[in-house]
Design a protein around this ligand. Structure first.
Ligand SMILES: Cc1cc2nc3c(=O)[nH]c(=O)nc-3n(C[C@H](O)[C@H](O)[C@H](O)COP(=O)(O)OP(=O)(O)OC[C@H]3O[C@@H](n4cnc5c(N)ncnc54)[C@H](O)[C@@H]3O)c2cc1C
Length: 536
């Protein structure tokens, strides 16, 4: 990996060394292309990095931490990164969702444990859960194809038609569209099991009432049940190291501190990129952009090179919510009152589905949630290498409005002043304390990422939006990133969108990068005359 050395011309230039850029670069290198990845930051990884953010000896994941989507069937899994040093670890329990009444449903990779947990809270929910998981297991090959391959999903659709009679196909279509609240009411009897489902749906910027949120919740729950929420030994950065090592073993190069400020376009075709404060690097075959769609279309490519319709559509691009994250170093594991939560790698904090609806309504109105929904990662029992013995590293993030218009609790201001940041951190910590008395006494240090700081650290993370654009139906599938551009191709020849702004969106699975690389390879094979004709 190079910092500061001159990047050389190559068959393909990849802008951005996030996981999608690195997956794309690996596939291009596998096809025999010379590949140069240009990364604005001082190190590769984008939202998949780790660092001693707070104190030496304690490794925190800067953004993402646990990776259910990197498992079986995903493009990143197909790269066999274990051959390049990646080792997945699992917490004793996948996910716990404690509440103040003492109930704590869990997902364990042992389905008998999950079923017993749900049956204890509402008899019969264990069997209902098993049926939901069975439905996923039956359909997983087709649904994985639908998720991870470009649109239109011809092979997935054909597979489903062969697999299911027409009436069942229609039932499946309805099931996949359900809001999480409705899916919970139809499929599960107890409010504790229902909150497991709704909590998983709200990893994305969906509400318990939005179309598709049931699918997201079901997907995350079933992935947790069948594959777990694995974490890499040595932190998130181990995924990035393995991707870089694999790429370099095939001759690819990664250059850091190399920010691209312009895609060079000649006669309607991308022929290279311009680096901030430096020269131009030429791309003989393709440029792949692992940056968000608004950045690509409004900053890196000139308006004169784009159709007016695309410029109009990108103005309507709908971002997902902003993010606020706190990392802690702790003098011991979080002392959850519910013993079930102490062994879980991931913990959700929200009382029930109604509480999640309140949070969603606050976000829709631009209010800081009075009781934010917390996604908490706690790593010590999974990966002791990240902190000294007996200590703990943990993080929590929550969704906040992109433009703050007020506070659901009527206390904090709108501009993330130091007081606002401190007040919001105190709100988050008080919620954990209520479920884990003594937590606050264990805090050794903390590191806070506000929406603004997320973006300052990674220009791709607009206000910390984790999904590269909303996950709601009106910006999914053929509507992602904008209507009519539902694939990796762009209006400019040889330029491909490879980031999570493309189908199917955020999470570590590598699909946008893989789809962009495959599209570039396919076009290069089928239309080489365009490439030759377009060169200056
Ligand atoms: C707080 C947070 C928590 C998350 N938690 C999880 C989780 O637990 N599990 C999970 O699966 N997913 C999680 N995600 C989502 C996941 O990390 C992202 O979906 C994924 O990293 C997107 O990958 P990407 O390659 O598209 O973009 P990024 O990871 O953002 O990478 C883009 C890269 O491009 C670089 N770049 C930007 N502009 C330029 C430029 N002009 N020139 C050169 N380089 C440039 C950036 O510096 C960056 O390195 C989380 C995200 C966040 C923010």
């Amino acid at each position: 990996m190079s910092v500061g050395t001159e990047p050389v011309d190559a068959d393909a230039i990849v802008i951005g060394a996030g996981p999608n850029g690195l997956v794309a670069a690996n596939l291009l290198a596998d096809a025999g292309w010379s590949v140069v990845v240009l990364e604005a930051g001082d190190e590769p990884g984008g939202s998949v990095r780790s660092a001693e953010l707070i104190e030496p000896g304690f490794l925190n994941d800067v953004c993402s931490a646990f990776y259910p989507l990197a498992t079986e069937g995903s493009p990143i899994d197909d790269l066999h990164l274990s051959d390049h040093g990646l080792r997945w670890l699992h917490a004793p329990t996948v996910l716990a969702h404690p509440a103040l009444d003492g109930s704590c449903p869990v997902i364990s990779r042992d389905i008998d444990v999950t079923m017993a947990s749900l049956d204890a809270l509402h008899p019969g929910d264990g069997a209902s859960w098993e049926a939901l998981v069975q439905r996923w297991t039956d359909l997983q090959p087709h649904l994985s194809h639908l998720l991870y391959r470009p649109f239109p999903p011809v092979a997935a659709a054909a597979g489903l038609v062969r697999h299911l009679p027409p009436r069942d196909l229609a039932r499946l279509g309805r099931f996949l569209m359900l809001p999480a609240r409705r899916m919970g009411e139809e499929e599960l009897g107890g409010s504790a099991s229902r909150r497991l489902l709704a909590g998983c749906a709200l990893h994305a910027d969906l509400t318990p009432e939005s179309t598709l949120s049931g699918f997201f919740g079901w997907l995350m729950c079933c992935l947790g049940q069948t594959n777990g929420f694995p974490v890499p030994e040595g932190g998130a950065r181990a995924v990035t190291s393995a991707l870089v090592a694999r790429l370099e073993s095939r001759g690819g190069q990664v250059h850091c501190a190399a920010a691209v400020d312009r895609v060079e376009v000649h006669r309607g075709r991308a022929v290279g990129v311009h680096l901030t404060g430096a020269g131009t690097v030429r791309a003989g075959r393709a440029v792949l952009a692992d940056v968000n769609a608004p950045m690509l279309y409004t900053s890196l490519v000139g308006a004169g090179d784009l159709p007016d319709a695309v410029l109009g559509d990108i103005e309507r691009f709908h971002w997902d919510d902003a993010t606020f994250k706190v990392d802690w170093t702790l003098d011991g594991p979080i002392p959850w009152s519910s013993a079930e939560a102490r062994g879980a790698g991931t913990v959700h904090v929200a009382e029930d589905t109604d509480a999640l609806t309140v949070v969603a309504s606050e976000l829709a109105r631009g209010l800081l949630p009075a009781r934010p929904f917390l996604l908490i990662g706690q790593q010590s029992m999974t990966d002791p290498s990240r902190q000294p013995a007996g200590k703990e590293t943990a993080w929590a993030y929550t969704h906040v409005p992109r433009r703050v218009r007020g506070d659901g609790a009527g206390v904090l201001g709108r501009d993330w002043s130091d007081d606002d940041v401190g007040g919001f951190v105190a709100r988050i910590e008080a919620q954990v304390e209520a479920l884990a008395p003594g937590f606050q006494h264990l805090i050794r240090g903390r590191h806070v990422l506000t929406p603004e700081r997320f973006e300052a650290e990674n220009p791709n993370l607009s206000s910390g939006a984790i999904n590269g654009g909303t996950a709601q139906l009106h910006q999914q599938l053929v509507f992602r990133p904008v209507p009519g551009l539902g694939r990796a191709v762009t209006p400019i020849g040889g330029l491909y969108l490879a980031s999570s702004s493309a189908h199917p969106g955020g999470g570590l699975h590598g699909a946008p990068g893989a789809n962009a690389a495959r599209a570039a390879i396919w076009h290069d094979r089928t239309r080489p005359w365009r490439r030759r004709g377009a060169h200056p």
